[in-house]
Unconditional design. Sequence first.
Length: 201
Amino acid sequence: MKMENYPGPGWGKGSGGSRVRSALTIAIGLWYGYAAVENVVAVAIGSIALAANSIGHITIASAHVLLLCAPPSDKRKVLTIALSAIVLVPFAIMLTELWQRLAAPLVPRAALLAWFGAGAILVDLVAAAIIARLRPGSMSVLSGLKALLWPRTITNPMIMLAALATATTGSAWHDFLIGLGIALSHAVAVCAFWRAGRTIS
């Protein structure tokens, strides 16, 4: 995530800034809320792919929290690292599921996997639409953060693919391998977010 367009502590003042902050708050709530749902369902149905997908939602939400709070530079590093640490929760859940599936493969319920995969697509579309309606003056500020959304166009359909393959073959390996791929793709974004927080001046 690029930090050169990061707003200062006075960002978001006035009526226009208030609308931007309200929009970001709604989008952040959607991402964090659905990530929690994904984790609960992932544990319930034994899906690695769904648990891995929640990492992306939390990463995007955390990046937008950083923008929403717009802390001064001396506090920005601490906040970024703290937000990055939140991602350890779904990572721990996913690794637990991964270990259990290696020991005893469990086929997740394909129908539920498909429904919640579709829900992830809907949440991202709604959040993206909310952000896209922000006033034009905020676009330079948000350009770096909005770039975090594009991987979702790949990972969300992969959930649907895992559900389809699972329903067709009755094998647990599709969810396992696709989940592992999604986790690795999100790990790159998490590492970039972490490094950005540690190098902010």
